[in-house]
Design a protein around this ligand. Structure first.
Ligand code: HEM
Length: 322
């Protein structure tokens, strides 16, 4: 090995400094102020238009953000398409039902015209997720920006997403791995105030549940009958399912009220009522929508801060690396 000299130590110091500054780079509220001042407006208009055209878009985008941030941080790894040699995150089992990627593509195409090579796909998802919450009646917050897009996306990573069959301990563990607390878990689960689930995600609760119980005993009895009708056996309708709360296009605290009535769609939802670590948060949010909105804002900021790899880029096309 060559001895250290002024000549060869400077590149090493430079490399260390840049690596350090990239990994420590903080997200910033004014990141695009000088370089693409119109970027939030472009995204918001695109998301609003798509949501008016298809009311399923808001829930899908909120879920997309959660799934993106939980795998490798918020780095748009969920947007990459599979290739001949790589099955991407998007094609992992839990993400097959995540749709509406075209909305992010549309925003990106407009942004590439307005400010080429500037706005990351990861920031587009973050802004879009905030917008769909706000336009559905939920809170509005200032998104921090400056995320980079990752270069890795693997379907096998999606086994690390929490499953609808998880109990509270499994859910707490899954969130804790990302630095998220029990309160964040209960708060972010409130994302299920929007949207829909296919029967496959909850039908195990409806028949032959266990050796002791035909149906999940934590469920409201009328709710079981209702869901059985919606998800008959055999079921030839692959699109059949259930809305996640009784006001599924409105962002409100109805989800928590439904949980207290035994009407959580997934075991993971309903389990939040059956455990002393989570129940008091459910009760507080069911009583006070303002509190839920305040906490949801704080937890979404934390979720949005989950960082991806340090050598990211601004993708030109959200579906592939540059
Ligand atoms: C706590 C662990 C979570 C589990 C186990 C879970 C699981 C699921 C499952 C199984 C579905 C239905 C998929 C289908 O059958 O189509 C779903 C839908 C959804 N999830 Fe979650 N989820 C969790 C947390 C979250 C979080 C934190 C958010 C957002 C903050 C979120 C937002 C959504 C939304 C909006 C939908 C509806 C999507 C649509 O209508 O297309 N989920 N979730």
């Amino acid at each position: 090995m060559a001895p250290l000299s002024a000549e060869n130590i400077f590149p090493i110091i430079f490399l260390l400094l840049t690596t350090f500054s990239v990994s420590k780079a903080e997200l910033h509220a004014h990141y695009y102020d000088q370089i693409c001042p119109q970027f939030e407006k472009i995204i918001s208009e695109t998301v609003l238009k798509a949501s008016k055209h298809d009311p399923k878009v808001p829930a899908r985008i909120l879920r997309m953000f959660f799934h993106d941030c939980f795998i490798r941080g918020c780095d748009a790894s969920i947007l990459m398409d599979s290739t001949a040699i790589n099955q991407a995150e998007k094609d992992g089992p839990p993400n097959i039902s995540v749709r509406s990627f075209y909305v992010i593509d549309e925003a990106k195409a407009k942004l590439e015209l307005a400010c080429p090579r500037t706005v990351s796909c990861a920031d587009i998802i973050s802004i879009s997720a905030r917008d769909v919450v706000a336009m559905s009646g939920g809170p509005y917050w200032n998104v921090l920006k400056g995320r980079k897009d990752g270069r890795v996306s693997k379907a096998s990573d999606t086994t690390n997403l929490p499953a609808p069959t998880f109990n509270v301990s499994q859910l707490i563990q899954s969130f804790a791995k990302r630095g998220l607390t029990v309160k964040d878990l209960v708060t972010l689960s409130g994302g299920h105030t929007l949207g829909f689930s296919h029967c496959s995600s909850f039908e195990a609760r409806l028949r032959n549940f266990s050796s002791l119980h035909d149906t999940d005993p934590s469920m409201n009895a009328e709710f079981v009958l209702d869901l059985r009708k919606k998800c008959p056996k055999p079921n030839h309708n692959h699109n059949a399912g259930q809305f996640l709360d009784s006001t599924a296009s409105v962002f409100d605290n109805d989800y928590y009220k439904q949980l207290l009535a035994g009407k959580g769609v997934f075991s993971s939802d309903q389990s939040l009522v059956g455990d002393h670590r989570t129940k008091s948060f459910v009760e507080a949010f069911a009583k006070d929508q303002g509190l839920f909105f305040k906490e949801f804002t704080a937890s979404m900021l934390k979720l949005g801060n989950l960082r991806g790899s340090t050598n990211g880029e601004v993708r030109l096309n959200c579906r592939m690396t540059n």
